[in-house]
Write a protein of this length. Structure first.
Lengths: 113, 116
């Protein structure tokens, strides 16, 4: 059974800092990995999707990497801003056209002005 | 930009009552999902749906739950007799087949269900 872990559960950084959020998963037979952002009481916004054959994906100040063999992904946020404060969730899918997402519990990020 | 919509945003119900949560997936998507998130816990998969059939369901999705695509746009989750432990945020998601999408799932804003 796939398990996704995100440590630490919370992180507080000063504005402007570059930071790395970690995600690990137990079964390396994934199809893709998605990073989501969740604001308090809100839905999930897809930030980046990395296919299992890719090593990294970039969108603006965000860069996500994937090391499938070791079961790890990182989300790098450059020059963090207070508006980046949210919970960041990592989720993986298995093989299959409409395979389910298995989520980590998320990392709650607070960027201090 | 196309998005998944859900109604209502908040539903309060008495234990034992039936509720129907509604979703309108992105129009050209063919795969549909329901997930839930109990306060402070992980987002959990409930069910996936394709071609008017359930593709996969979790242990949570017991006989009290059902899904339906009653027309060409709506996708519904029904809970027949709600329990206190059904209180959660329920998310609908959809994705598109094809080699370019890689099953990227797009989520709605959620329905917060409170069972009293």
């Amino acid at each position: 059974k796939q398990e996704v872990t995100q440590i630490p559960a919370a992180l507080s950084v000063p504005e402007g800092e570059n930071l790395v959020l970690n995600c690990s998963f137990t079964d390396s037979a994934i199809y893709n990995l998605q990073w989501f952002r969740q604001d308090p009481g809100k839905g999930l916004t897809s930030l980046l999707l990395i296919q299992s054959s890719q090593r990294e994906q970039t969108s603006g100040r965000l860069n996500a990497s994937l090391d499938k063999s070791s079961g790890r992904s990182t989300l790098y946020i450059a020059a963090s801003q207070p508006g980046d404060s949210a919970t960041y969730l990592c989720a993986v899918t298995g093989a299959g056209a409409n395979s389910k997402l298995t989520f980590g519990k998320g990392i709650t990020l607070s960027v201090r002005p | 930009e196309p998005e998944v919509t859900q109604t209502p945003s908040h539903q309060v119900t008495q234990m034992g009552q039936e509720v129907i949560l509604r979703c309108v997936p992105i129009s050209n998507h063919l795969y549909f999902y329901w997930y839930r998130q109990i306060l402070g816990q992980k987002v959990e998969f409930l069910v996936s749906f394709y071609n008017n059939e359930i593709s996969e369901k979790s242990e949570i999705f017991d006989d009290q739950f059902s899904v339906e695509r009653p027309d060409g746009s709506n996708f519904t989750l029904k809970i027949r007799s709600t329990k206190l432990e059904d209180s959660a945020m329920y998310f609908c998601a959809s994705s598109s087949p094809g080699t370019r999408s890689y099953n990227e799932q797009f989520f709605g804003p959620g329905t917060r269900l409170t069972v009293l």
